[in-house]
Design a protein. Sequence first.
Length: 131
Amino acid sequence: FWTHVNGSIRVDSTPLNNEEVKNLFKTCTFYGTEKEWLECNVPRGSEGSIEVSIWFNPCEKDNRRMVITLFGDLRGYEETQHDDFISWLNKIIEDNTLWVRDGIITLNEKVYRYDDELENFVLICKEIDIC
């Protein structure tokens, strides 16, 4: 079983510096070292983790601080683990004071959107729903 991940999160503000943000998203690959797998702190399947790409805005006066892109295919990551994925993401946002302007994540057929009032990602659509 595979979980296919695709998402983008716009962060307008955080007290963390760029290196601290990068350290929140340590990935591992199928051919990675044991050390890389031990340090991995993002969701992963049997063949490696999601990929994370972070664009940092070079203009310091702009309120758009960064865009975090999450994507990949997690082998052996069951549908029952999707809630764990979203809980992990919500914890990263809350624990590190990431002020999210907007975000959307798909896990297979499920679509999650960042809710400003709840300050969390919430499920908005499943395959059987009409979105």
